[in-house]
Design a protein around this ligand. Structure first.
Ligand code: HEC
Length: 156
């Protein structure tokens, strides 16, 4: 739990810890791969294998895994029910770099401490986690990369 403050710190961009990598990475105990935040992005992939946009799309529209469409709309004509609580995902790949998208999915609360968007790759500082999910991120490192690879294809 000692890293909770560093991981959850909303003012990470100004903290000077942000660029140091280690001080701001997943902790060994957390079960997460370490990652370094640089500015408002995670420039390096979380997994060795490159993300697959087709798998990423499936995660985004999946009602159990990603749940993204609970809040977001997007270019998913086959999905009847889409959310209206969050920006349309269309064009996300033009608005954000791959590294910026990665950090937004990993932990959106770094940009807006009050965000309703869940942190998809964080295990610390969470409340209301069912016991079966305690200590596990919502998505695996590979799934994060798949989602990021898909979002990067949304150019308009
Ligand atoms: C519970 C609601 C909710 C869920 C679920 C959710 N998001 Fe979000 N998301 C938001 C909100 C609200 C924002 C606007 C910024 C903020 O408040 O953090 C946002 C912002 C974003 C952005 C930046 C949008 C932009 O272009 O400005 C991206 C990309 C994104 N979400 C992707 C995803 C993906 C991919 C998933 C599923 C893996 C997801 N979100 C799940 C609520 C949600």
């Amino acid at each position: 739990m000692s890293t909770a403050a560093a991981i959850g710190a909303p003012d990470f961009a100004d903290s000077g810890l942000a660029d140091s990598g280690l001080a701001d990475s997943g902790h060994a105990d957390s079960g997460l791969r370490p990652y370094a935040v640089v500015g408002d992005a995670i420039p390096e992939p979380l997994s060795e294998a490159a993300g697959d946009p087709v798998r990423g799309r499936a995660i985004v529209v999946n009602r159990q895994a990603g749940l993204c469409l609970l809040c977001h709309t997007g270019p998913f004509p086959e999905e009847r029910f889409q959310g209206n609580l969050a920006p349309n995902l269309a064009g996300a790949g033009s608005r954000w770099s791959v590294g910026q998208l990665r950090l937004r999915i990993v932990d959106a609360s770094r940009f807006n401490p009050d965000t309703i968007m869940p942190p998809y790759y964080r295990t610390e500082g969470l409340t209301r986690v069912a016991p079966a999910f305690a200590g596990k991120p919502v998505l695996s490192a590979e799934q994060i990369e798949d989602v990021v690879a898909f979002l990067a294809t949304l150019r308009d």
